[in-house]
Design a binder for this molecule. Structure first.
Ligand code: CU
Length: 118
């Protein structure tokens, strides 16, 4: 069971980083740091704009006809955007002002909290 958990975890979180602090918007790649952020379902997720320019945090599905789950609008320099929480899943997002900026949220089920690797 321990090994199975680790294997499952590996498939979800390779290259990703579990975050307890705000995701930083920076001027250099990958722009959203960490680029792949792992968070618990239902727990607020915060971004901070650490650049001198405005940026946004927009779910990639916005404008596609699918549900738009989050869209910060412009986040000014030094300001934060907080999302109340998301159901488990994988959510790609980008900056509406600078489409080169993109990131991913990996939202894990809190029932996995007891995993021995946590
Ligand atoms: Cu931007």
């Amino acid at each position: 069971m321990f090994l199975i958990s680790l294997v499952l975890m590996g498939t979800v979180t390779v290259g990703a980083e579990f975050v307890n602090e705000p995701i930083r918007m920076e001027y250099w790649p990958p722009y959203y740091h960490p680029h792949e952020a792992v968070v618990w379902a239902g727990v607020p997720i915060q971004w901070i704009n650490a650049t001198p320019s405005p940026h946004s945090v927009q779910h990639d599905d916005c404008g596609t006809g699918k549900p738009c789950l989050f869209d910060s609008g412009k986040v000014a320099s030094g300001k934060t955007y907080t999302l109340p929480g998301l159901p488990p899943g994988r959510y790609s997002y980008h900056c509406e002002l600078h489409p080169i900026m993109g990131g991913t949220l990996i939202v894990e089920d809190p029932n996995d909290r007891d995993s021995p690797s946590r």
